[in-house]
Design a protein. Sequence first.
Length: 214
Amino acid sequence: MEFPYWNRTLGADHFYVSCAGLGYESDRNLLELKKNSVQISCFPATEGFVRYNGVKESNLVNELRKDSDFLIESEPSNGMTLVGRLGSSVFCLFEYGADVSGIGEALRFGCVPVMVMDRPMQDLPLMDVIGWQKIAIFVGSRGGVKEVKRVLDRTCKDDECAGRRRLGVVASQHFVWNHMPQPYDSFHMVMYQLWLRRHTIRYARRELVWTLKR
């Protein structure tokens, strides 16, 4: 039997590293990889990175461009520039449902993630490990820039932002991929997620058809 370990779960107990992501091509194995396996993303992404917001252009992004309190760029010019800007930023905005691969770096540099969403939070990274409600700020997009700034100003009172930043820096270790795995790093988080799947997901098995030659 070819690929016995893959076939037994259709990739649900596998993980892969991808900087650009995978498209839904016609090949069945690629479809199963995208749907079932755990993806480890690179940061920054090669395309579509917007500081404060790792998303494609939207009405909110266009509004933010006109506000001097926010810095929006299509791609970071270089790694050092990006690091400096993350380190000097209080908030990093992400539009929920788009690419949030940069959230680990935002946490590491003390940038409080702001999740712009108009529906309940369901699938942020490592939701069973990280208490996102204590770290991130959640705001709707329908109120535009005024609503975003109102929520951020209100949240920063009574040193609450400093507490969120400290918790975020601690949580950032879960997003670091080390050459040699370290406790609680990304490798161990992947292993933990696969362990959880082993106990909670009913794996589908690929049915193999055997033919006999006469």
